[in-house]
Every structure is written in structure tokens, then in C-alpha cells.
Write a protein that binds this ligand. Structure first.
Ligand SMILES: Cc1cc2nc3c(=O)[nH]c(=O)nc-3n(C[C@H](O)[C@H](O)[C@H](O)COP(=O)(O)OP(=O)(O)OC[C@H]3O[C@@H](n4cnc5c(N)ncnc54)[C@H](O)[C@@H]3O)c2cc1C
Length: 394
């Protein structure tokens, strides 16, 4: 088989390359940036993401850089009282056959990059900005800015939220700007208020705003992610901002939570975007993967996990139909589309009903969430954390 071309060298694109390499399939990864890398922030890794690392043969390396937190903790941002916590101890790990952890994005990306390089089957090309594709019955041709066309057996668009490959297949224009703005900072652990240095992924939920923090990098630093609704209409990413701008969305919450933001530094903002789930992201020899296929708000902390699940599924399908790549891509989509659409939809709902409600809605949230046992939470998460969504046949 000629190589499969992958547009985008993010977590999804690299996971796809590693997955294909494990099945003996060569790939060419085309990344627009001059260097392969990830932003310097944290990411939550649920058991379904660890199942993917195991499947991609990098489970031990991913675990080596992880902080294994004890609980997911929900704090009421107005009263500063704990609403509930979900324990992540042995019963959780036993139930889902893997832990819940937090890792630094660059470490995670680095694990996949090393595996891609070591495989000898992945041709990594930076400074390749993909613009469009053509295809016929024998293969695809990918056109990049100021480069000669590149031919392959198939094309995977793992090129993120504004994928030009998606534009050609789905034709659904610009992403939906949510009007929620996220600010990120990573601070040395000694700058984190001592009484909040919890071994937990902690969410402070307030009306139209929230704060998330957890330890990273062997407890050397804390990851801070704070979000509020400011109804901005324009999507921007990674822009440095002063702390005063960050604080302005949190004047109404408890001083104990506000203090966390004061300790942040080098804040950068992202305006959050997603898209409506769609029924098709495959066209012949071309398919989408990760955020290009199903971009979601971050409230379920599952975007990268879904991209990795896609990658695992794709590699299984290419292996299952070695003579028929179009059939493989259709099978891949049919396995992935409902699960990823569900996470997209749930991510919006979680934002509305858990992260950002105020008034009576927040009281209802607290009452419902307090009434559930750890077992209840595990049961509700079974569909997501219990596997990777692949059917038995694969
Ligand atoms: C605040 C926040 C917190 C999050 N937290 C979590 C979490 O805890 N857990 C989790 O699982 N997920 C989380 N996510 C989601 C996760 O970050 C994304 O879903 C995931 O990174 C998507 O990976 P991807 O490879 O599909 O896309 P991307 O990471 O966007 O990668 C796309 C790659 O393609 C490249 N590219 C783009 N256009 C072109 C082109 N034309 N030609 C060539 N290359 C191109 C880009 O440079 C990039 O390298 C969070 C997201 C946000 C915003």
C-alpha cells in the first residue's frame, strides 16, 4: 500500500500515524508549523484515553509523565464549599481498568512523536500547510502551499478546528464561537495557595464562569484554566493578556477562588469554539479525525481522548480492509460518529448545567450531584470510560 497522508501533527495526527505504523502501514504527516509540538499546559487523561495509549503501545511512557490524582472535586464557586468529589482510587481503577491522571501536553505529544519516529514508518514533514486535495479511484493528491503535490493511498484530515480538509468535505464554514473565553496559566507549585494544593482535578463552578486546577510534572507546577462568558464574537487563540482582564470575569465569586487567579502569571486566552455534530466526515479516500471531525467544548475533558480513540479505530479498520481503503474509512466513520457526537453534545450540556449555572439552577445542580454515590457516578461514566467505543469485531 502507498502511504496514507495525514494532515496535522497534533495529538490526533500523531496518534493516527503511530496506530497505522503498528499495523505496518506507512504514513506521511504534513504539519503546517515549523516545529512539531504542543502548548505548555495540562490535559486530563481519563481511562478511555489510557486504553488508547495501551493500544498504541505507549501506555508505560504515558503513565511515566502522569500525576495520578485522587479525585475529581467540584467546589461551589460562590460558597467555596465542596459540592461533591468522585474518588479515583482502586475501585475506580478496577472498574475502568485504567487510572484517571493529568499530564503536560508537551509530554503527551512527545510520547507520540517518539513512537512515530521509532517506528521507521512515519515520514514527518514540517512547514507543510495543506490547502486542498484531489482524488480518483487509485489515490489522493494533496496540495500544500508552495510545495510540490504529494500522492498517497488516502488522506486523513487531522488538521484541527479550521481544517481545510473539512471545508472541502463538510463545507460547514467557520466554527461556532461559544462566547466563552478560557485563560491558561502554569505556575510553580510554591505559588499555589498552600491550602489548595490538592491532589485533585478541582473545578470551582460559578455563575457563567469556572476555575480548574491540578498539579502537573511531578508536582513541580500547577495547571490553571479559568473560563468565563464574555460573549465575544471573534475566535482568537493563544493571545497573552494581563491578569486584570482575567480577574474581570470573577468579581462575583468567593475570594478564596479569586485568589487562585491572582497567583497566575503569563496568562493567555483562547475563545472557545465548537461545531454542530455532522452525519458524515468521509469522502471516498479522505476522512477527518479529532477536532477536524468533531470539535467540542472542553467541559468533558475528552477532545484529545476522542482524537486518540479515532486513531486506534482507524488503524484497526485499515488493517481489517487492507485491499479497500474506502471501505475501511466508511467502517471507521460508522464506528466513531455517534460516540463522538454524543461527547460533543454532552460537552455543551455539562458546560451549561454543571460548570456555569447560577441561582436556582446551581442549587438544583448541587442537590442532584450531592445525592449521587461514587458508584452512581461510575455507572453514569461507564459508556465513556469503560472502553474506546470499538465493537467486539475489531
Ligand atoms: C482549554 C482546553 C482544555 C482542554 N482539556 C482537555 C482535556 O483535559 N482532555 C482532553 O482529552 N482534551 C482536552 N481538550 C481538547 C484537546 O486539546 C483537543 O481536542 C485536541 O488537542 C485535538 O487534537 P487534534 O490533533 O485533533 O487537533 P489539534 O491539536 O488542533 O492539532 C491540529 C494540528 O494540525 C495542524 N494544522 C492545522 N491546519 C493545518 C494545515 N492546513 N496544514 C497542515 N497542518 C495543519 C496544527 O498546526 C496542529 O498541529 C481541551 C481543549 C481546550 C481548548
Amino acid at each position: 500500500m502507498r502511504p496514507i497522508i495525514i494532515a496535522g501533527g497534533g495529538i490526533g495526527g500523531l496518534a493516527a500515524a503511530v496506530g497505522l505504523a503498528r499495523k505496518g502501514v506507512r504514513s506521511i504527516v504534513l504539519e503546517q508549523a515549523a516545529e512539531l509540538g504542543e502548548i505548555g499546559a495540562g490535559i486530563q487523561i481519563a481511562p478511555n484515553a489510557f486504553h488508547c495509549f495501551d493500544s498504541l503501545g505507549v501506555g508505560d511512557q504515558a503513565r511515566a509523565g502522569a500525576v495520578f490524582i485522587d479525585k475529581l472535586r467540584l467546589m461551589d464557586g460562590l460558597s467555596a464549599e465542596e459540592v461533591v468529589h468522585i474518588p479515583l482510587d482502586e475501585p475506580f481503577r478496577k472498574r475502568f481498568r485504567n487510572p484517571y491522571a493529568v499530564v503536560h501536553r508537551a509530554d503527551l505529544h512527545g510520547v507520540l512523536l517518539a513512537a512515530a519516529r521509532e517506528s521507521g514508518l512515519v515520514d514527518l514533514r514540517t512547514s507543510h500547510k495543506v490547502e486542498r486535495f484531489e482524488q480518483d479511484e487509485s489515490g489522493v493528491t494533496v496540495h500544500c502551499a508552495a510545495r510540490a503535490p504529494i500522492a498517497g493511498a488516502a488522506l486523513i484530515g487531522a488538521d484541527g478546528l479550521r481544517s481545510p480538509i473539512r471545508a472541502q468535505i463538510v463545507k460547514d464554514g467557520e466554527p461556532r464561537v461559544s462566547g466563552h473565553t478560557t485563560y491558561r496559566s502554569v505556575i510553580p507549585t510554591e505559588q499555589m495557595p498552600e491550602d489548595l494544593r490538592w491532589n485533585a482535578a478541582t473545578l470551582w463552578a460559578g455563575p457563567k464562569c469556572h476555575i480548574v486546577h491540578y498539579p502537573l510534572k511531578g508536582w513541580k507546577v500547577f495547571n490553571l484554566v479559568v473560563t468565563y462568558h464574555n460573549d465575544v464574537k471573534e475566535a482568537v487563540a493563544g493571545v497573552p493578556v494581563p491578569v486584570e482582564e482575567v480577574m474581570s470575569g470573577f468579581a462575583h465569586i468567593h475570594p478564596r477562588a479569586q485568589k487562585i487567579i491572582e497567583h497566575g502569571s503569563n496568562w493567555k486566552l483562547w475563545v472557545l469554539c465548537d461545531r454542530e455534530p455532522v452525519e458524515n466526515w468521509v469522502d471516498g479516500r479522505v476522512a477527518l479525525l479529532g477536532d477536524a471531525a468533531h470539535p467540542m467544548l472542553q467541559y468533558f475533558a475528552q477532545g484529545a481522548a476522542m482524537a486518540m480513540e479515532d486513531a486506534v479505530c482507524l488503524s484497526h479498520m485499515v488493517e481489517a480492509y487492507p485491499q479497500d481503503v474506502e471501505k475501511a474509512l466508511r467502517a471507521y466513520q460508522s464506528q466513531r460518529i455517534v460516540r463522538t457526537a454524543r461527547v460533543q453534545i454532552d460537552s455543551r450540556l455539562i458546560g451549561e448545567f454543571i460548570y456555569h449555572p447560577g441561582g436556582a439552577k446551581a442549587m438544583v445542580r448541587n442537590e442532584i450531584m450531592r445525592s449521587l454515590s461514587a458508584q452512581d457516578y461510575y455507572d453514569r461514566l461507564e459508556w465513556l470510560y469503560g472502553g474506546t467505543g470499538l465493537t467486539e469485531a475489531t
